[in-house]
Design a protein around this ligand. Structure first.
Ligand SMILES: CC(=O)CC(=O)SCCNC(=O)CCNC(=O)[C@H](O)C(C)(C)COP(=O)(O)OP(=O)(O)OC[C@H]1O[C@@H](n2cnc3c(N)ncnc32)[C@H](O)[C@@H]1OP(=O)(O)O
Ligand SMILES: NC(=O)C1=CN([C@@H]2O[C@H](COP(=O)(O)OP(=O)(O)OC[C@H]3O[C@@H](n4cnc5c(N)ncnc54)[C@H](OP(=O)(O)O)[C@@H]3O)[C@@H](O)[C@H]2O)C=CC1
Length: 293
């Protein structure tokens, strides 16, 4: 059994939030995009418009579809604006305390039957669900970056997630035109359990001087046909997010093979978070990215 979803709230308007709002609006859902920062909301709407315009140029959608999708997205700095949403997807920073606070605030205004989801990359769905007033209506809906281009969404049930919530989330993902992979609720789920140790190993390879940034990325692009090199991809994901995921793996599985590379820690401590801060394993402030090591 599924419940009808008409209005979707998206909390956090960073790179994932704007992508989720984009694909949900294009699929015909009314969307409320929420963020603590008004400037972030403005730049998210500009990014969505830019990505929709590129889709028009590529003839993937019509000009009318672009306009209708944009009209379906309302932006709001207050969480109260999400009160009449049928589904809320939290996609703020990968910090458990921030997410818990958001769930506390949003559940206080939502109708009791609304479904609450997280786009967390790694954190236990069962533990996040237990911090809400509705663990049975809580689920992990984990999109991949960039959301408009990636086909996959992972669905992760917490221990209490009921069948209606799971079936409704599955139907929602299908309406977005994406494929589902179901993952058990283990640290970092499937994609990041495999991908992030590979990225962390690439950073160790750099740290130990086996190769420089350019050599490591070229090796994996040309030698293993990856669309992006692992360091380029780390910058794209965000080095803060990469570190948080490695910490969840390290703590959650208690195995030293998941130890975050000290160089990753150093970059995050420097505020070099990758593309979003203009500097990471590459410096993006000039015309073209320049390796920083
Ligand atoms: C951390 C987590 O929790 C989970 C994760 O997401 S892990 C990260 C997973 N993502 C990846 O591994 C991405 C790896 N990279 C790629 O697949 C490719 O480099 C890429 C899809 C990003 C770009 O591909 P490309 O061939 O170089 O570029 P391009 O041809 O311009 O774009 C391909 C498509 O992506 C879209 N796209 C590219 N960048 C985009 C962006 N930043 N935002 C939205 N759409 C984007 C383009 O519009 C294009 O769409 P169409 O196919 O509909 O025309
Ligand atoms: N990056 C990736 O490749 C992927 C990330 N994810 C997950 O998605 C989530 C978001 O990641 P991403 O979009 O990359 O991160 P970003 O840093 O790009 O965006 C996070 C956004 O959330 C905002 N925010 C912070 N606190 C709150 C709050 N209390 N209420 C509302 N908004 C808030 C931030 O605002 P401000 O900057 O002002 O603090 C920022 O705009 C994380 O859980 C991440 O693990 C999932 C799949 C892929």
């Amino acid at each position: 059994m599924t419940v009808a979803i008409k209005k979707v709230g998206v909390i956090g308007s960073g790179q994932m939030g704007n992508g989720i709002a984009h694909v949900a609006a294009l699929a015909g859902f009314d969307v409320v995009l929420n963020d603590v920062s008004g400037d972030r909301l403005k730049s998210a709407l500009a990014t969505i418009n830019g990505n929709l315009t590129r889709q028009v140029a590529k003839k993937a959608i019509s000009e009318n579809e672009r306009k209708q999708a944009l009209d379906r997205i309302a932006s709001a700095e207050s969480i109260d604006t999400l009160a009449d949403c049928d589904l809320v997807i939290e996609t703020a920073v990968e910090k458990e305390e921030t997410k818990r606070k958001i769930f506390h605030d949003v559940c206080a205004v939502l109708k009791p039957e609304a479904i609450v989801a997280t786009n967390s990359s790694s954190i236990s769905i069962t533990r996040l669900a237990a911090s809400t007033d509705r663990p049975e209506k809580f689920i992990g809906i984990h999109f991949m970056n960039p959301v408009p281009a990636m086909e996959l969404v992972e669905l992760i049930r917490g221990i209490a997630t009921d069948d209606t919530t799971f079936d409704t989330a599955k139907a929602f993902v299908a309406k977005l035109g994406k494929q589902v992979a179901v993952s058990e609720d283990f640290p970092a789920f499937i994609v990041n359990r495999i991908l992030l140790p590979m990225i962390n190993e690439a950073i160790y390879t750099l740290y130990e001087g086996v190769g420089n940034v350019e050599a490591i990325d070229a090796a994996m692009k040309l030698g293993a046909h990856h669309p992006m090199g692992p360091l380029e991809l780390a910058d794209f994901i965000g080095l803060d997010t990469c570190l948080s995921i490695m910490q969840v793996l390290h703590e959650g599985l208690a195995d030293s093979k998941y130890r975050p590379c000290p160089l990753l820690v150093k970059y995050v401590e420097a505020g070099w978070l990758g593309r979003k801060s203009q500097r990471g394993f590459y410096d993006y402030r000039g015309d073209k990215p320049i390796p920083t090591r």
